[in-house]
Design a protein around this ligand. Structure first.
Ligand code: ADP
Ligand code: MG
Length: 255
């Protein structure tokens, strides 16, 4: 069975694309067949995390029937497959978001991850409807958390399962709202805690996800732990940070 998962957030800039890229390559490193689709048709940037060539066919062309999925698929060094979106302004308006459904259903493998746009517009709704579950990304700041709540309610309305929440750019300082409060407000399991880590920015500049470019960084280890959780692998990173996070997650999710 192929798990089709949209990565959503409500608020922009919280780390959806970073999560798609890193969760994707981490799943591939666990030998999973994974395809990453940039379903953010208006403000796409997944290709920038990988440095895929701008001239390659895109999801826009696939959705218009001008290209097939194989032609638009780029294969990363980890084996993760990426279907980028066009960065050209001219392409943006010429796509019907509803068509993502048909494209997604044609893809087999273990996982299909869809990167989505911020907001709660039609594009995001179509991505959600084409998925069998969603993962919500948020930062530990109220504007992001309240938007996460909105998108969770929309998923529930659409009858799509919310697998849980990924907390990204976590600093663990006094300013952040408590994770337990956030968890109970969102009524969702916390699947991962990804720290604020400057290696993420460096990896984006290097056009290779942090899991690959800085595999021992805190963010990389946290993404690998998230991937392991998704596939049910007992991942024991020899890493103080990872151990702390695992313990924190265990406590948070204990009933
Ligand atoms: P979204 O797709 O939700 O708009 P992005 O994944 O593009 O968000 O992330 C926005 C920016 O935040 C990235 O360009 C990156 O520089 C930064 N970022 C994301 N996650 C982290 C992190 N864990 N630590 C540090 N910076 C991060
Ligand atoms: Mg994005």
């Amino acid at each position: 069975m192929t798990h089709i998962i949209s990565i959503v957030s409500g608020k922009g800039g919280v780390g959806k694309s970073t999560t798609v890229a890193n969760l994707g390559v981490a799943l591939a490193e666990f030998n999973k067949d994974v395809t990453l689709i940039d379903a953010n048709f208006f403000t796409p940037n997944l290709s920038l995390h990988f440095g895929t060539p701008p001239s390659a066919p895109t999801i826009h062309q696939v959705m218009r029937g001008e290209s097939n999925i194989e032609e638009a698929t780029q294969v990363h060094s980890t084996g993760a497959k990426i279907i980028p979106a066009s960065l050209s302004l001219l392409e943006l308006k010429r796509v019907r978001p509803r068509r993502i459904f048909k494209v997604v259903k044609k893809i087999s493998g273990d996982f299909v991850l869809l990167d989505t746009q911020a907001g709660i517009g039609d594009d995001v709704k179509e991505a959600i409807k084409a998925s069998d579950s969603v993962i919500v990304v948020t930062n530990l700041e109220w504007p992001a958390i309240t938007d996460a709540l909105k998108i969770i309610l929309i998923c529930k309305e659409e009858g799509v399962r919310v697998r849980g929440v990924v907390l990204n750019r976590v600093r663990r300082d006094r300013i952040e709202p408590g994770m337990r409060n956030v968890q109970s407000l969102l009524e969702s399991e916390i699947l991962g805690i990804i720290p604020e880590d400057s290696h993420v920015r460096k990896s984006i500049a290097m056009k290779d996800p942090v899991v690959v470019s800085y595999p021992n960084s805190d963010a990389a280890v946290a993404y690998k732990a998230l991937a392991a959780r998704l596939v049910g692998i007992n991942y024991k990173a020899p890493h103080v940070f990872a151990r702390k996070m695992r313990e924190l997650l265990r406590k948070l999710n204990a009933k």
